[in-house]
Design a protein around this ligand. Structure first.
Ligand code: NAP
Length: 310
């Protein structure tokens, strides 16, 4: 029987592993389908404290893993398919090929940004296609960029990007924003933001280095297509939390969008013994450092829970 199993290997998961490892709990970390989480799909991370020169996202994750392993964390490369509860209050974590009994669980499975599903988008991530203005905005100074979406995230990203970009096109599929009034007003008052209404992006166009050069805009009312030159596209059409493996009715409460709910100020979920950290419970901040901080909190809560069980 494991003391604690951590599901997910992004910033939240590895931080939880470092803390539970140092507490001598010998955590087992199950990687998930995309080991390393969202930072493995970014390039340089400039805002993680302690790295004044910046650090590449995949390297930061490798360092976190190394640090966790130094304190006794073990890794299984597999995706969790279900969590089941046993009669004695312990749990069984299931993957396609194995079952792992454990006294406690920390869920740190993250969320994945939604994309449009265009053919070349995988190659363009980190080369002019991103979902994080806070992470990548500063790389696009004095050049035109585009944001896709009409919600609070799109407006917030567009507003933030005007600090750097020469112009920000806000491409939305309708002629009215979904965002709250205060965010929408901020966008409308900002001269650097130009809304592009009733439009979608039907293609990402690249230069001969494979970097974003422009997009093909499609007016969804007239079907007219045109080219819009931008150096980077920030996709802000929402995130999908990675909670599908909780569909078996174990009782972990989710909100309407599938994010795990924390019933009180701790990192405990609605099921005692199951804790949560990172983007799978946070649709507001979604930063590497906030995920790491919440991974630490989940580890401390799990440690306390285990001590009280004994
Ligand atoms: P959201 O509110 O779900 O908005 C997603 C936007 O993307 C919508 O405008 C939607 O268009 C558009 N969209 C969805 N799928 C699309 C597709 N396939 N093609 C083109 N456009 C598409 O998501 P969010 O903006 O990430 O916000 C998520 C939650 O976090 C919300 O509750 C939001 O209020 C909150 N949030 C709050 C703050 C803040 O208060 N500072 C900041 C960020 C987020 P339609 O409008 O046509 O559906």
């Amino acid at each position: 029987m494991e003391k604690v199993i951590i599901i997910g290997t992004g910033c939240a998961g590895w931080t939880a592993a470092i803390y539970t490892g140092r507490a001598n709990l010998s955590p087992l970390v199950i990687s998930g389908a995309e080991p390393g989480g969202q930072l493995t799909t970014t390039t340089e991370v400039e805002n993680f404290p302690g790295f004044p020169e910046g650090i590449m996202g995949p390297e930061l994750m490798m360092r976190m893993q190394k640090q966790a392993e130094k304190f006794g964390a073990r890794v299984e490369y597999a995706a969790v398919t279900a969590i089941e509860k046993s009669a004695d209050g312990t749990f069984v974590i299931k993957t396609d090929s194995k079952e792992y009994p454990t006294e406690s669980v920390i869920i740190a499975t993250g969320a994945r940004p939604r994309h449009l599903g265009l053919p070349n988008e995988k190659d363009l991530i980190g080369h002019g296609l991103t979902s994080c203005a806070t992470c990548d905005g500063a790389f696009y100074r004095d050049v035109p960029v585009a944001v896709i979406g009409g919600g609070d995230s799109a407006c917030e990203e567009a507003d933030f990007l005007t600090r750097f970009a020469s112009k920000v096109y806000l491409i939305h599929r309708r002629d009215e924003l979904r965002a709250s009034k205060i965010m929408a007003d901020r966008v409308f008052k900002n001269d650097k933001i130009q809304p592009v209404w009733d439009s979608g992006v039907s293609a990402y166009l690249t230069d001969d280095q494979g970097e974003m050069r422009a997009v093909t805009l499609k007016n969804l009312k007239t079907d007219d297509e045109s080219e819009l030159e931008v150096k980077c596209v920030f996709v802000a059409i929402g995130h999908t939390p990675n909670t599908q493996f909780l569909d078996n009715g174990i009782g972990v409460d989710l909100d309407d969008n599938g994010y795990i709910v924390k019933p009180n100020a701790s990192s405990q979920t609605s099921v005692p013994g199951i804790f949560v950290s990172g983007d799978v419970t946070d649709h507001v901040y979604r930063q590497a450092i906030t995920a790491a901080g919440s991974g630490c909190a989940a580890a401390l809560d799990a440690e306390r829970y285990l001590a009280e069980r004994e």
